[in-house]
Design a protein around this ligand. Structure first.
Ligand SMILES: [Zn+2]
Length: 401
């Protein structure tokens, strides 16, 4: 951690002892440059050792992906019906961003701390670690679990492996609280985010003899047009005003194809994404696209001309989080936070994966999503304070006091 004044107390601006402890831990977490492309083993080892010293049962769960691990921590026995506090340790890259502070050194200024991951979402993990120092396992009425996952930012691979681990071991927690930044509001709805890549293989030919080739860019352009019209069609459905864009959306984010002007482009690929509000909407869009591709290929076959090869791959699938009241996660988070309503947010999280796997899940964590992924990412110290206070109340709620 660095501070503006040398030798000043790092956590001097924190208003509580646990808040100060959370900032000290956050400094250690930020110092691991755990961007999604890198191994996270060192950061996981640090967190695992920390919880081990507190007397928790700690399971490091190595992935088949080299250097990547999930962490599963349990306080208070391994019966069903536990509460899971879940966060990811990977962060988005800093390359190409205009940082004015060192991204992997926690910098404390005024009422904020700066550094990559402070908001998204090492701040939450640090709060859980700090607050966990007060857990008395012998008094817990139900288990408290902490899940730390990898690769949230690049497709939630860690969360999927965690779900597989829970199924394999027959572990059935009652509720998941995912600590992505919500300003500590209780969020029980968000859109999904599902990525596809469609690759088109045509046939190269000299541009003086286009009749001998099959232009993959031309085929891609027609498919892009279809996707755009499919997106427009979604506006015919019910508007869900909880979201700034109140319909499922389709976006083509990238197109790569061809090579030179005078060659008929033999290959082209499009990266596109669907953001469904409800799971059925994704299936409808997928099916409409597949049907369109089938029709187009059949049409070309009937003409007797060259037929392109069109292959669509699912790149990532983060399902939507669907309001499900009364769920145990929702009731618990509202009760402990003292709030009386839940909110919807536009961004995706791992929560939809846990819900899809059958676990009641809400999102509730410190910080403002506007800060996530930005240069000079920061979190207000007050948000960390609110989070540790929330966690203390949660732990009390799970204990016999
Ligand atoms: Zn995140």
């Amino acid at each position: 951690m660095t501070t503006n004044a040398e030798n000043s107390e790092p956590a001097s601006l924190a208003t509580s002892e646990l808040g100060g402890k959370a900032i000290d831990i956050l400094a250690k977490l930020v110092a691991f440059p755990s961007v999604s492309s890198a191994a996270n083993r060192d950061a996981i080892a640090y967190i695992a050792d920390y919880f081990g010293e507190l007397g928790a049962s700690v399971l490091r769960l190595p992935s088949e992906q080299a250097g990547k691990e999930n962490l599963w921590v349990t306080f208070g026995g391994s019966t069903d019906g536990g509460i899971v506090l879940s966060g990811h340790i990977d962060v988005v890259p800093v390359a190409g961003q205009d940082w004015h502070r060192p991204p992997f050194v926690l910098t404390l200024e005024s009422d904020k701390v700066y550094g990559r991951g402070t908001t998204d979402m090492k701040g939450f993990v640090a709060c859980v670690m700090a607050a966990a120092s007060q857990i008395d396992s012998s008094r817990l009425k139900r288990p408290l679990h902490i899940a730390v996952t990898f690769d949230e930012e690049v497709g939630c691979h860690g969360a999927r492996e965690l779900v597989a681990f829970l199924k394999r071991t027959g572990t059935r927690p009652a509720a998941f609280l995912v600590g992505e930044p919500t300003g500590m509001a209780v969020v029980d709805r968000h859109k999904g985010s599902v990525g596809f890549t469609t690759e088109i293989a045509g046939k190269a030919a000299h541009s003086s003899q286009i009749h001998l080739g099959l232009n993959a860019i031309q085929v891609a352009a027609e498919l892009v047009g279809f996707l755009m019209s499919l997106g427009e069609k979604q506006k015919g459905g019910r508007a869900d005003e909880a979201f700034p864009y109140p319909y499922p959306s389709i976006n083509v984010g990238s197109i790569r194809g061809g090579g030179v002007r005078n060659i008929v482009a033999p290959v082209c690929a499009i990266d596109w994404e669907v953001r469904p509000i409800l799971p059925g909407q994704l299936n409808e869009i997928r099916e409409a696209f597949s049907e369109h591709v089938r029709d187009k290929l059949a049409e070309r076959q009937r003409w007797g001309g060259l037929v392109p090869e069109i292959v669509t791959q699912l790149v990532y699938d983060t399902p939507p989080l669907i309001a499900n009241d009364p769920s145990e996660a929702r009731n618990l988070a509202l009760q402990v936070s003292g709030r009386n309503q839940t909110l919807a947010v536009s961004y995706g999280t791992e929560a939809g994966i846990y819900q899809e796997a059958g676990f009641a899940t809400v999102v509730c964590g410190p910080g403002d999503i506007q800060q996530a992924h930005t240069a000079d990412e920061w979190i207000e110290i007050d948000q960390l304070e609110q989070c540790v206070a929330f966690l203390q109340r949660l732990f009390e709620h799970c204990s016999d006091i």
